[in-house]
Ligand binder design. Structure first.
Ligand SMILES: [Zn+2]
Length: 266
């Protein structure tokens, strides 16, 4: 009995209830989650999570030291294969992307890239750059009654799906992403293979995360330069896509969507 009691006291001492995190990034991330949830996009349960989780967990473990809020990966259902990260640590992966990628490394590369946008605060910067337009939108929409965070969330989701980031921000996310992928044990050439696949793909099939950046060749070159300059990290990885790890997902996987939250409850 005594050791148990001691253990209980120790564990209470070691794990105090944390203060709820209230900062702008988390608040905005939660509002975007709410928005996606209200649109019925967020997949609550699906066998696809079993395919995604081992890859995303390993990436989150590596990337977490570079970002103060927990990384979480959600599957969403949208028309285009895509992935996007929002402030606060949430990363959204469109279910069809899991069918689009040719191997595990391509999917890992995409996730590492998105996590890097979060680490670089790219979506926050995008939001700040768009502030004027956004304030007009907020002013117009305020009549409808939702909270300011919800309005910004709506605007930012639109931005992430339409404008995307600058080519420079994309390349930076590629480079940081390759470091993260390498540290997580994923061959960072996966992102290069993905770009090459896109270059050969039907334009209509291009995921948004790349389709508005025609300079994929520049992004490939930037990555290759980075690999060459850091042989200690990258020389052990095979550049040949034939070395890729197959990634298989169940066809027509049944999915259950997260129902919209009751009104007034964030
Ligand atoms: Zn990107």
């Amino acid at each position: 009995m005594v050791p148990l009691l001691t253990l209980a006291i120790v564990s209470v001492a070691q794990a105090p209830t944390p203060e709820p995190v209230t900062d702008q990034e988390t608040e905005l991330g939660q509002a975007m989650y709410q928005q996606l949830r209200d649109k019925g996009e967020i997949i609550e349960t699906s066998p696809l999570y079993d395919s995604l989780a081992p890859i995303s967990d390993a990436i989150a473990r590596v990337a977490q030291s570079q970002y103060p809020h927990p990384f979480k990966f959600f599957l969403v259902h949208e028309t285009q294969p895509n992935a996007f990260a929002t402030p606060g640590g949430n990363v959204y992966v469109v279910d069809s992307l899991l069918y689009f990628v040719k191997n595990k490394e391509e999917l890992a590369g995409t996730l590492c890239h998105e996590v890097s946008h979060t680490i670089h605060r790219d979506s926050v910067s995008l939001m700040e750059k768009e502030k004027k337009i956004e304030e007009r939108e907020v002013a117009a929409a305020i009549l409808l009654g939702p909270t300011r965070a919800n309005l910004i969330a709506i605007a930012l989701i639109g931005r992430l799906h339409s404008l995307g980031y600058s080519r420079e921000a994309e390349s930076k996310a590629d480079v940081t992403g390759s470091d993260i992928c390498a540290a997580a044990g994923n061959n960072p050439w996966g992102l290069v293979w993905l770009f090459q696949d896109f270059q050969n793909a039907d334009v209509k099939q291009l995921p948004q995360l790349l389709s508005d950046h025609p300079a994929d060749g520049t992004r490939i070159k930037t990555l290759e330069d980075h690999f060459r300059k850091n042989p200690a990290t990258f020389s052990k990885f095979n550049a040949d896509p034939k070395s890729a790890t197959p990634f298989t997902v169940p066809k027509n996987a049944p999915t259950v969507f997260l129902p919209p939250a009751p009104k007034g409850k964030p």
